[in-house]
Write a protein that binds this ligand. Sequence first.
Ligand code: ADP
Ligand code: MG
Length: 291
Amino acid sequence: MPPLIETRNLRHVYNAGTTSAVVAVDGISLTINQGEFVAIVGGNGSGKSTLAKHFNALLLPTGGEVYVDGRDTRTRASVWDIRQRVGMVFQNPDNQLVATVVEEDVAFGPENLGVPPAEIAARVEEALRTVNMLEYRRHAPHLLSGGQKQRVAIAGILAMRPQCLVLDEATTMLDPQGQREVIETIRRLNASGVTVIHITHAMDEAALAHRVIALQDGRIGLDGPPADVFARAEDLERMGLALPLIPALARRLREDGIPLPPGILSVDQLVDAVSALRPGQTARTNPNGVH
Ligand code: ADP
Ligand code: MG
């Protein structure tokens, strides 16, 4: 089976050959397999959105290649296949909802794919149930909260039965409650087998993924499990990125001489690690004493 997404030495130059040329993606080779939950982080302008748009042929390479489920994104005849497999959710929920009723909005994608009407109804119901929005099926999208709108946008993609969901800062404009709703939804989807690629500014969200890719200047700076990537605090700092809260807290405690094991990402892991310390190890061992 080919990887779900593969980029080979991908380059993307905007306005190539002009004085305003910008190298947005500068030689990225990566493989994403079916079922992965990947977070992509990086400062503003590091190339995250440009890279993501190559995952479903919204952009085509200006150098190198991208394959989705073995299909070259430059092959015109494959574009609809690719878009059906890999759906994107964007930052602003208001720009993504087109209909005046929630269920019509969710039906839009499968209608465009030519799915028979009877099946569309079933898919819409299933998709809205998956994102916990079934009871809002006859509501007007513009009256929903941000988190609810993004969940409807996700349902619209799920109704196309994609293998992969790409979220480009889909939580950035939401309030904390909306962020939690969307994160909970994508974790559940991933647990049910959908590949999730979550682009985010929020390092705490990235810590929930199984793999973190950090971009800098259109290149991959770090790529690995969160425990490894967030062990590289200095490298991240150089890329202008902070640690998530819990790894940052664990790092501070280690600097204060408390012998915590590496790889602490969650509150539970931190509590377990602290509880496992021997008596005396939690006391400050800093010989200079006073803080
Ligand atoms: P990110 O999503 O990480 O903020 P982008 O992929 O949006 O990064 O942008 C990468 C670089 O490409 C930036 O320098 C940005 O200004 C530039 N860029 C993005 N979109 C365009 C565009 N449509 N035309 C010209 N330059 C662009
Ligand atoms: Mg972006």
